[in-house]
Design a protein around this ligand. Structure first.
Ligand SMILES: [Cu+2]
Length: 476
C-alpha cells in the first residue's frame, strides 16, 4: 500500500515535470546516481576528454545558428538572455550549463560526458590544452592572457557575506559575480571580455567553476543561507530561448533535479602564491564596501552641476570627461553642505530631501555615465577597481571603500541592450553615517590592475562620474 502510493506520487511528479518539457529536457530527473564534474587536470586523463573534444569540434563545425547542435546557438543564448548584475546570475547560468552539457552528450554520443571545471584558485594558468595555437585545436581561440591570478579574490568567501541574492545586503552573489567572475572574463580578454564569451571554450570551464563555488558557499554553512526552496525567489522560470526554459526551483540544488555534483565542493584556501611584479598585490582583495588601501593621485576634471538626473535620482556632485589609461587616477567629487546633510540623513537610516528636488531619497550610488570603450579596450587584459574615498573622520583617518570594478566585460554587459552605457554602484547607507560633521572632499579612484599582457593608452572614456541620491530603498 505504502509502496503503491509512493510509486504513484513519483509518477505524478515525473509527469508534471515532463509536461512543460522541451526537446532536450532533463532525463536526470529520477536518476539515482549523480554525475560528477571533475577538475580539468583529472578530466583530461579520462576517456571523456576525447568525447569533449569531439563535441566541441562537431558543434563548431555546424554553422546553423538556429540548430541546438551548433556552437553559435549556445553563444547566442548568452548574448540575448544572460542576466548580469541582476538577480539569478548564478541560477540562470546553472541551467544554461546543464542544457549545454546535455547537448554536448547528444552530439558526441557519449552519455557519460560531463562538463569539467577549471579551478583557477589552484591553477591560475589556463590548461595548456586551451592555449596550444595549432589550427586543429578546437579549444584554442586568441586571448590576451592565459593567467588569471590578478582576477582572483577571497572577498566572496568572507564569513560576513551570509545572504545570497543580488539586491540583498551582505550577499555572496553580487560579490562573486564582480570578483572573481567578471575579472576572469576581463583578464583573459579576447572574446571572453564580451557577451559572446561562450564562443571561447574556456568559458564553460570558468562557469562550471563559478557553479561549483556556489555549491561550496552553500555547503560552507556558518550562517550562510539560500532563499528557502519554498520562497517566491524560486518561482517562475529561467528563459534560454522561447522554447527552452527551466523552472527556477530546479536550479536550487545540483543534486535534486539536475543530478550532478562536483569533484571538490569546498572553498579555495587562499590565493595562488605566484604574482606578477607588474601587479598591485592584494588590492583586488578588498571586498565591496570594505576598506581599500592606497589611493592614486587626483586628476583635474570639469565639474558637472548638481541636478535631478531622473524622477528618482539626484546628482549631488559630478565630474565630466574622465579618460582611463594604464595609470590609476582619482576623480574629485566636491559635495556641498546640502548634499552632505542629505548623505548624513541617509546614513542615519532615514530619507533625505533637497531644496532642489521634490523626492525623498533613501540610497546613494556612484554612476558612470556615457561610458565609451575603444577597440584596444574591448580586447581586455586589464580592469579598474572602483573605490569611493570619503572625507576624513573626526580623528583625521581617511576612509576608502571598494565599490566594484569596471572593465571591458562589465561595459559589454551594460551595452548589449543598446542606449548609452551606464554603470551603477550602490553604496551601503551606513557608510555615510555622521557625514555632516566631516570636512573635506570625496573622490572616486580608478585603480588599474593588469594581466601579464595589457593594452596601453586610453581605453575607456567616462562622460560623467557622479555621486547620486536615489529614491530606491535598498541596502544592498
Ligand atoms: Cu561569465
Amino acid at each position: 500500500m505504502t509502496h503503491d502510493l509512493m510509486g504513484r506520487r513519483h509518477f505524478i511528479q515525473q509527469s508534471a515535470i515532463l509536461l512543460g518539457a522541451s526537446a532536450i529536457l532533463p532525463k536526470a530527473f529520477g536518476q539515482t546516481t549523480l554525475m560528477v564534474r571533475p577538475e580539468w587536470q583529472a578530466f583530461k586523463t579520462t576517456p571523456r576528454y576525447d568525447s569533449f573534444l569531439r563535441a566541441v569540434r562537431l558543434m563548431k563545425a555546424n554553422t546553423q545558428a538556429t540548430d541546438p547542435r551548433s556552437w553559435s546557438y549556445w553563444t547566442n543564448i548568452h548574448l540575448n538572455r544572460c542576466p548580469h548584475s541582476i538577480p539569478y546570475f548564478f541560477a540562470w547560468h546553472r541551467g544554461y550549463l546543464y542544457y549545454f552539457e546535455r547537448q554536448m552528450r547528444a552530439v558526441c554520443g557519449d552519455p557519460q560526458l560531463v562538463l569539467p571545471y577549471w579551478d583557477y584558485y589552484t591553477n591560475p594558468t589556463m590548461p595548456a590544452e586551451f592555449t596550444n595555437p595549432s589550427t586543429d585545436n578546437p579549444l584554442y581561440v586568441s586571448r590576451v592572457n592565459n593567467n588569471v591570478r590578478q582576477a582572483l579574490s577571497m572577498a566572496p568567501f568572507s564569513s560576513t557575506l551570509t545572504n545570497f541574492p543580488t539586491n540583498s545586503p551582505n550577499a555572496f552573489e553580487p560579490s562573486f559575480e564582480s570578483a572573481p567572475h567578471n575579472l576572469v572574463h576581463n583578464i583573459i580578454g579576447g572574446v571572453m571580455a564580451d557577451m559572446l564569451s561562450p564562443t571561447d571554450p574556456i568559458f564553460w570551464l570558468h562557469h562550471a567553476n563559478v557553479d561549483r563555488l556556489w555549491v561550496a558557499w552553500v555547503s560552507a554553512g556558518n550562517g550562510r543561507k539560500m532563499p528557502s526552496i519554498g520562497s517566491s525567489y524560486w518561482s517562475g522560470s529561467h528563459i534560454y530561448t522561447s522554447s527552452l526554459t527551466m523552472p527556477r526551483s530546479y536550479t536550487y540544488s545540483t543534486r535534486t533535479n539536475l543530478g550532478y555534483r562536483y569533484q571538490n565542493e569546498s572553498f579555495p584556501t587562499g590565493l595562488p602564491l605566484a604574482r606578477s611584479v607588474l601587479s598591485t598585490p592584494d588590492l583586488v582583495q578588498a571586498a565591496p564596501n570594505e576598506p581599500a588601501p592606497m589611493q592614486p593621485p587626483l586628476g583635474s576634471f570639469r565639474i558637472s552641476p548638481t541636478r535631478p538626473t531622473s524622477d528618482q535620482t539626484f546628482a549631488i556632485s559630478g565630474a565630466l570627461d574622465v579618460g582611463l589609461d594604464e595609470t590609476s587616477i582619482g576623480v574629485q567629487l566636491p559635495v556641498g553642505a546640502e548634499g552632505m546633510r542629505a548623505l548624513a540623513q541617509i546614513g542615519a537610516g532615514g530619507a533625505a530631501t533637497l531644496p532642489a528636488g521634490p523626492q525623498r531619497y533613501r540610497s546613494v550610488q556612484v554612476v558612470l555615465d556615457d561610458v565609451m570603450i575603444n577597440e584596444a579596450g574591448k580586447r581586455g587584459g586589464y580592469y579598474y577597481r572602483v573605490d569611493l574615498n570619503l572625507p576624513p573622520d573626526p580623528s583625521g583617518r581617511l576612509q576608502a571603500i571598494s565599490i566594484g570594478t569596471v572593465g571591458a566585460f562589465e561595459i559589454s554587459g551594460a551595452a548589449h541592450h543598446g542606449g548609452p552605457v551606464r554603470l551603477r554602484y550602490r553604496i551601503r547607507r551606513a557608510v555615510f553615517a555622521g557625514m555632516a560633521h566631516r570636512i573635506g572632499l570625496m573622490s572616486v579612484s580608478f585603480v588599474r590592475v593588469d594581466g601579464d599582457q595589457k593594452p596601453t593608452g586610453q581605453v575607456i572614456g567616462l562622460g560623467e562620474v557622479r555621486l547620486e541620491l536615489s529614491t530606491e530603498d535598498n541596502d544592498a
